[in-house]
Write a protein that binds this ligand. Structure first.
Ligand SMILES: [Zn+2]
Length: 235
């Protein structure tokens, strides 16, 4: 493995009229085109926890934050058709909530979150289920003991519900400090993904991995995304 490109997605579908953060959305068609572009560019697509075991020169990971139901209803059929698997990061206290939004995030569009059964369906399809903490909060603003509790509790809950060891963690809001990074390690995770942009060349910083934000629902986004992905192939 020489390059691991971790793409960061949130919702699958077209942005609704009330959505403030339209770049949270990738339409099924754009998602499909992005998968094909990655493959044409020579990337092997794997869940995050399998990326570093691969001998392939270029690995890409599709990671979906927050645990939205549309990842299953609209995303899974595309990924299955294309023969690839992804990683989804769930907020354990919010699993199964309907019409949910994290007010702190400033998003007004509401969305349904996958239930435990739906997460099990994704897992059965080969997806990796990772943690996005017990609550969707800015961890760096909390006392260390609280951070550790949110990280540990979430890992245990996922493992209890899914009967599988959880290796990957995504920082809510991409927010962390040195204490958070230590807490992720202490809680027993192997990987932590941030929202800092870039590609990973080796596993020297497994708890502060870089990602590339992806979206797309208009024709013009296609070309833009193509150039983004091509750039990261050649780094
Ligand atoms: Zn999030």
């Amino acid at each position: 493995m020489s390059v691991v490109l971790i793409l960061n997605y949130h919702r699958v579908g077209h942005p609704t009229s009330e959505a403030r953060y339209r770049r949270m959305f990738v339409s099924p068609v754009h998602l499909c085109m992005q998968i094909r572009m990655l493959q044409q560019l020579g990337f092997t697509i794997l869940p995050l926890c399998e990326a570093w075991q691969s001998a392939k020169p270029r690995v890409a990971c599709l990671t979906f934050d927050d645990g939205y139901l549309d990842n299953l209803t609209l995303g899974l059929p595309i990924l299955q058709r294309e023969g690839v698997r992804a990683t989804i990061f769930a907020v354990t206290d919010d699993v199964g909530k309907s019409h949910h939004n994290w007010e702190e995030a400033g998003e007004t569009a509401r969305a349904d979150l996958a239930t435990w059964d739906q997460l099990r369906t994704l897992q059965a399809a080969g997806w990796e289920i990772g943690s996005h903490a017990q609550e969707h909060r800015h961890l760096s603003r909390l006392p260390v003991a609280t951070q550790l509790r949110l990280l540990t509790h979430s890992k245990q809950k996922l493992e209890e519900q899914l009967n599988k060891t959880v290796h990957s963690f995504a920082y809510p809001y991409g927010d962390y400090n040195a204490e958070t990074v230590r807490a992720v390690q202490e809680a027993g995770y192997r990987y932590g993904v941030t929202t800092e942009i870039g590609v990973n060349r080796s596993l020297t910083q497994p708890f502060t991995l870089l990602r590339v934000p992806m979206f797309g629902y208009r024709l013009s986004h296609h070309l833009q995304n193509y150039f983004t992905l091509r750039k990261y192939r050649n780094v």
